[in-house]
Design a protein around this ligand. Structure first.
Ligand code: ADP
Ligand code: ADP
Length: 227
């Protein structure tokens, strides 16, 4: 079953002379793990941000199931996103960082507690719920960032280079964990990386995005092929 559909998607940023994404088409099946790979600037982040609703789509349609999502506000999308830079709140504890998105959406307190504790269990953060990000390692912070997304129990999970700030050894172990977490939460996932090993290990399907921008910068980029 197709869960997520991108139909002839184009993105042109204001003031830019070229498309950041040009005629992007993709059908993603329920629970599929898709990886976007490609060089810097080919439109991976832009595509993810359009799916999350953090950037407008210039042309084309984005559907989840039968619902047209183009004009749905980010907070009303059943989509959770993990950012490369973690985007944690430094003054909040791990618990509060993970609870924040649920509080924003007015979940009851006991439901919030239940979901945060479950996510902490999945991510091995149970002992760290009272810590603040400054007192944690990079790997632990990345887990918290994933926890913030997992507690949402969203249908679609987006990850934009989640491991790129970690050292090589930690990247390998977190990679294995992400595969396990995907098995366990079963969300449809789109994962951006420029690391081909990461792509090969994690993906059900890899979407290779390539830049076709010419030297003068007035060409177009964001063409794709799929393997
Ligand atoms: P990737 O994630 O593959 O590195 P991006 O989606 O970040 O690629 O960028 C795609 C293109 O859009 C690049 O040419 C980039 O310079 C441009 N771009 C990205 N964000 C913005 C922005 N906020 N304003 C204008 N241009 C942008
Ligand atoms: P999360 O679901 O990751 O916990 P929140 O629910 O706290 O995020 O985020 C509130 C709103 O802000 C959402 O619409 C989310 O898409 C957006 N948002 C969260 N983090 C960022 C970020 N680093 N940059 C831009 N928007 C963000």
């Amino acid at each position: 079953m197709v869960e997520l559909k991108l139909n002839h998607i184009y993105k042109k940023y204001p003031k830019s002379s070229h498309y950041a994404v040009e005629d992007f088409n993709l059908d993603v099946a329920d629970k599929e793990f898709i990886v976007f790979v490609g060089p810097s600037g080919c439109g991976k982040s832009t595509t993810l941000r359009m799916i999350a609703g953090l950037e407008d789509i210039s042309e084309g349609e984005f559907y989840i199931g039968d619902e047209l999502m183009n004009d749905v506000a980010p907070k009303d999308r059943d989509i959770a996103m993990v950012f490369q830079n973690y985007a944690l709140y430094p003054h909040m504890t791990v618990f509060d960082n993970m609870a924040f998105g649920l509080k924003l959406r007015k979940y009851p307190k006991d439901e919030i507690k239940k979901r945060v504790e479950e996510a902490a269990d999945i991510l091995g953060l149970t002992e760290l719920l009272d810590r603040k990000p400054a007192d944690m390692s990079g790997g632990q912070r990345q887990r918290v960032a994933m926890g913030r997304a997992i507690v949402r129990d969203a249908k679609v999970f987006l990850m934009d280079e989640p491991l790129s700030n970690l050292d090589a050894k930690l990247r390998v172990s977190m990679r294995a964990e992400i595969a396990k977490i995907h098995q366990r939460i079963g969300a449809t996932t789109i994962y951006v990386t420029h690391d081909q090993t990461e792509a090969m290990t994690l993906a059900d399907r890899i979407v290779i995005m390539s830049s076709t921008k010419n030297e003068t910068g007035d060409g177009t980029i964001g063409r794709i092929e799929q393997i």
